[in-house]
Design a protein around this ligand. Sequence first.
Ligand SMILES: Cc1cc2nc3c(=O)[nH]c(=O)nc-3n(C[C@H](O)[C@H](O)[C@H](O)COP(=O)(O)OP(=O)(O)OC[C@H]3O[C@@H](n4cnc5c(N)ncnc54)[C@H](O)[C@@H]3O)c2cc1C
Length: 300
Amino acid sequence: MYDVIVIGGGPAGMSAALNFGRGLKETLVIDAGEPRNKVEEVSNGFLTQDDISPHEFRENARKDVLKYDTVALTQDRVTDIEKDGEIFTVTTESDEFKSRQVLLAAGLREETPDIENFDAFYGTSAFYCPWCDGYELKGKRLAVMADEDSTSNLVMLIANWSRDLIICTDGKSLLNDEDKAMLKEKGFDYNESPISRMKGRDGKLEALEFEDGTTETVEGMFARMNWDTDFDFLETLDPDREDGGGLRTNPLSETSVQGLFAAGETKTSVASQQINAAASGADVAKSMMIGLMKEEFKKL
Ligand SMILES: Cc1cc2nc3c(=O)[nH]c(=O)nc-3n(C[C@H](O)[C@H](O)[C@H](O)COP(=O)(O)OP(=O)(O)OC[C@H]3O[C@@H](n4cnc5c(N)ncnc54)[C@H](O)[C@@H]3O)c2cc1C
């Protein structure tokens, strides 16, 4: 039996695993090998790891973690978690494992915008996070996909990196007269017509075609994704959720199921950055180990 099973081998899960290894805890990391950032060529903004490919980042993480004898990694997909008394049983597509604690570090489920060809450009010239990818698109002609919650905020953010913007709503009437006047005053274009498709080659976005028959030349796009943490494998344990749908956790990052913790984007329920996820994994691992150490100390 393991002390801890970590579900997810991204920065949150691997940073936790590194700390579990250093804390001498028997640890299994189960990772499906489907990171959300697999679509991007390079990842930016992590001190000492700036401009690194996600693949190289993961290989480095693997090397760091496998230095510790008590940590094992397996590529598999978790399908269910059950708890009987104090013991968790984690079922995967091909096996079953038991542990005293479980760390959820499975990132987010992501739904990309329903626009023809979006996925051909996602991660190379279409993004959602200006902190991650704004620098590479600075000064370029960019499309900004507005949504109900964040039109003015997103435009304000992206305008930091480029003043050559076209605001799109993909068929939704989101821009009121005040918004339109503001965009016009700042010299930004807008088009509320549905986007019929994205055009370009080799991952480089070149134009947006709209249902109103117009075509706009653009070199990049920022759009909002939909994210959640409604993983099928949580159906049996069914931990409590906040009103917004995210997992409810206490200050130690423990869910309503004792011994079941969350880290990284699974904990925050919104996208962040690798450095935040890694820091979260390290923090939560220490909280979890203090619980294990207290139990072990009683038995000394
Ligand atoms: C297009 C794009 C560009 C980005 N650019 C940057 C950037 O430049 N800089 C930056 O810092 N961040 C960037 N990010 C964000 C960054 O990828 C995330 O913030 C970070 O990876 C989150 O870490 P995590 O460990 O919480 O989740 P993830 O890295 O998503 O890891 C979760 C892991 O859990 C696994 N998993 C999921 N379900 C299961 C299951 N049932 N069983 C087993 N394993 C499972 C997945 O396979 C995955 O490997 C980008 C993301 C995207 C999508």
